[in-house]
Design a protein around this ligand. Structure first.
Ligand code: ADP
Ligand code: ASP
Ligand code: MG
Length: 409
């Protein structure tokens, strides 16, 4: 008998038949005598639909109201799944994020988890019930509903697994594991049987949408190993854990693509470190992460910054930067074009020279030029034109021969 946390994403609960499929899977585990906690997302498309409705009414909706709206999606699914389980004779009860004790800070739409109590989950499990928890949502100290950022149900699952000390945490999605690239873009991408937190975190923060980056960060911090599996078949998935050796001698383990980055230019600010610090401090306090940064010297003691934020956060970033510009007394901020960010990730990069050369050769071979570039010990990311993005991922995947590496695990 084990204590299992399972998370089912949007496509896995997209309609009544798929919810029935999830209920049957949960029942099978429960019948084996396991204690089951099931975290669910909104049905696929629902969160986007809610965002579109909000934007139709206001270009920058108040973030508190956004959370009030977005939390609906997951609440629909917990009730429906609970009903589907009742219909097949499984005692189940649904819990909102607040009821499950997911306490967060007050940063609406991208709140961070402060603590997780689990609420009455252990007591209900002891009664033999399956507990269904709404992903993506929490509650602030002001008793306001908050949400955990896009893809945040992954974070709910990992955080609940850590809080109740689950024996197993399984993330069920529409692919049967983590691949060397998005299998929708690269048809011969390989599934990785196992991957280390570090690499998974870099892949996820480079927008390998398969896991939300913050959930991987949380899993690493609290050492919660988890499996990524498919809810549509029983194939073995990918195990994500500490110190995993992904592939013998592989320099790069994966290629990731983030299609929706916005290039932001902040021009004519005072050319001193304090001005730059003021801008990045304000963005940080607003919970907005900035990835690529270039600073150019302008004229007459002024400088310009180019930075990237995710496109859906541009209007908030613009607001925050404008406030700083007001205090600095000079400057202007504007969006200067969307781009896609292509990243290569691999712990093998630490010990292998020449990785950047292979990357740029591959891009040059298909006529892709890039200006913004950022690197870490185990990642290189470049800005590419959106129209060339898929082709670039395929070329880079091919150049590092990721289709014929031999995974070990
Ligand atoms: P869920 O709704 O279950 O949370 P997501 O749509 O958020 O699922 O994530 C699953 C998707 O992630 C897959 O359909 C796949 O297209 C995409 N994806 C991107 N990069 C990868 C990768 N390296 N390996 C597997 N899937 C990936
Ligand atoms: N429903 C939320 C989203 O679409 C959270 C999630 O699916 O994980 O981002
Ligand atoms: Mg997801």
């Amino acid at each position: 008998m084990a204590l299992i946390v399972q998370k089912y994403g949007g496509t896995s609960v997209a309609n009544v038949d798929r919810i029935k499929n999830v209920a049957a899977r949960v029942k099978a585990h429960w019948q084996q005598g396991n204690k089951m906690v099931v975290v669910v997302s909104a049905r696929s498309g629902v969160t986007n639909e809610l965002i579109a409705r909000a934007k139709a009414l206001h270009s920058t909706p108040e973030e508190r109201e956004m959370d009030m709206l977005l939390a609906i999606g997951e609440q629909e699914t917990i009730a429906l799944l609970s009903m589907a389980l009742h219909a097949i004779g499984v005692p189940a009860c649904s819990r909102t994020g607040a009821q499950a004790g997911i306490h967060t800070d007050t940063l609406h739409t991208r709140a961070r988890i402060a603590r997780v109590t689990g609420g009455d989950i252990p007591a209900r499990l002891d009664e033999g019930k399956v507990v269904i928890v709404a992903g993506f949502q929490g509650i602030s100290a002001q008793h306001e509903i908050t949400t955990l950022g896009r893809g945040g149900s992954d974070l709910t699952a990992i955080a609940v697994a850590a809080a109740i000390r689950a024996d197993l945490c399984q993330i069920y999605t529409d692919v049967d594991g983590v691949y060397t690239a998005d299998p929708r873009i690269v048809v011969n991408a390989r599934k990785l049987p196992v991957i280390a937190y570090d690499e998974m975190l870099e892949l996820a923060s480079s927008c390998s949408k398969v896991m939300q980056a913050r959930s991987v960060e949380f899993a690493q911090k609290y050492n919660v190993p988890f499996e990524v599996r498919s809810s549509f078949n029983d194939k073995p998935g990918t195990l994500v854990k500490a110190n995993a050796k992904t592939m013998e001698d592989a320099v790069v383990s994966g290629v990731a693509l983030d299609r929706s980055q916005m290039r932001v230019t902040v021009s004519d600010i005072p050319d001193d470190a304090a001005a730059v610090a003021a801008i990045f401090n304000a963005l940080g306090e607003a919970g907005l992460s900035v990835d690529m940064i270039i600073k150019n010297l302008g004229t007459q003691g002024r400088s310009n910054l180019t930075l990237s934020v995710s496109s859906d956060q541009f209007s908030y970033a613009e607001k925050v930067i404008n406030t700083v510009i007001g205090k600095l007394g000079s400057g202007a901020v504007r969006a200067t074009g969307e781009f896609a960010k292509l990243s290569i990730v691999g712990v093998g990069m630490i010990s292998h020279p020449g990785v950047a050369g292979t990357l740029f050769n591959a891009l040059a071979s298909i006529g892709v030029n890039c200006d913004l570039i950022t690197t870490s010990e185990i990642k290189i990311a470049v800005a590419v034109a959106p129209a060339k993005a898929d082709e670039a991922v395929r070329a880079v995947h091919e150049a590092f021969r990721l289709h014929d590496i031999v995974p070990i695990g």
